[in-house]
Design a binder for this molecule. Sequence first.
Ligand code: ZN
Length: 203
Amino acid sequence: MPGEEKKRPGEGGCAAREERIDRACPNNYIARMALRDILILPDKQLRLVSKPVATVDASIRALADDMLETMYDAPGIGLAAIQIGEPLRLVTMDLSKKDDEKAPQVFINPEITWSSEEMNLHEEGCLSIPEYYEDVERPAKVRIRYLDIDGKAQEVEADGLFATCIQHEIDHLNGVLFIDHISKLKRDRVIKKYTKMAKQGAD
Ligand code: ZN
């Protein structure tokens, strides 16, 4: 929520960022960047399975820039393309700490190639489910393969917040939300609440 001062403790999940960063500029596409609307639960598009990016071209780079701008503005630390209504396997992320320089990252067609048996419990949030946070258990470490913004294949091992966030975002590409990992009772309650809020907003 822009301007929202109240924060949960810790760096929980992929929606928590306190400061607003005005510009993300991983490349030289700044002129084309635009703020996009973020889809909110229960928008059905959030349940779509996104398609692989065929070619990392100028349109993909422009989309990544829009996503970064939208993510920083929210503010959030991770965003999947479907959250702005683009069903493509594209994720943006910035896990830099508050006082650090910003460190935008783009993951194209990311895939988990290995998960640790060790699990980790981390509080998560989601820009598509604003102001809702819950502990989620996931593998503590994962290895991921993806294409970078230049279309080059990369493979990295992730742990800590990075592991949590990349698994959360890859879930989005498969139409899965973090509330799918919590109890049915809690999930039903949150879906009901956001459905009611969406109806009220539409009236
Ligand atoms: Zn999310």
